[in-house]
Design a protein around this ligand. Structure first.
Ligand code: KMT
Ligand code: NI
Length: 180
């Protein structure tokens, strides 16, 4: 995992969009916006992921193959919607099994984009209410375990005035603004 401020320059979303020089973001800075990160080696990951899942109450899981072959007819639509700025009423938990990609998350209160480059062994938890988006990188494929508590509530609420008023959004802002 490597996190850094997104350069906001126009151009292909699959490119790194790293400032020159890069403006790195630490794991602690991610923690401050309630984004959690663990590194769990892919070799023998099962027991460790099971333990984290148990501790955090993630009862269910499935695997997503995010690639042209994996998503088939849905590919273009999915890729487009993943990259629309949105939030969910649940945590978005991803454990990367193979491939690479980028999650972008909005920093609070700056509203700057932080780009999180993810690779195999990365376990990332985006809290409910955080604005974020996802894109493949130039490798064009990533395989991830998606963990969830009960039934997945992955409705993406795209950023809007209405979504700004969503109680999960308000709750998130309250949580990360305390002590800021
Ligand atoms: C999502 O919800 O944005 C995804 O599952 C993206 C692919 S998993 C890294
Ligand atoms: Ni999402």
């Amino acid at each position: 995992m490597r996190a850094y401020y997104y350069d906001n320059l126009p151009g292909d979303q699959r490119l790194p969009h790293d400032y020159i020089p890069s403006r790195p973001v630490s794991v602690e800075a991610l923690k401050a916006i309630d984004v959690s990160y663990w590194s769990v080696p892919v070799e023998g990951y099962q027991a460790k992921i099971d333990a984290i899942a148990k501790e955090r109450g993630y009862k269910n899981r499935d695997t997503i193959n995010c690639s042209k072959e994996g998503l088939k007819e849905a590919y273009e639509d999915k890729i487009r919607s993943f990259f629309e700025e949105h939030m969910h009423e649940d945590e978005e938990i991803r454990y990367i099994l193979s491939g690479t990609g980028f999650f972008d998350v909005r920093e609070t209160p700056s509203d700057a984009w932080i780009r999180i480059a993810i690779e195999p062994g990365d376990l990332l938890v985006l809290p409910s209410g955080i604005y974020h988006r996802f894109t493949l990188d130039e490798s064009n494929k990533i395989q991830a375990l998606r963990l969830f508590k009960e039934e997945p509530k992955w409705i993406p609420y795209n950023r809007s005035e209405e979504t700004d008023a969503n109680p999960y959004r308000a709750e998130y802002l309250k949580r990360v603004t305390v002590g800021a």
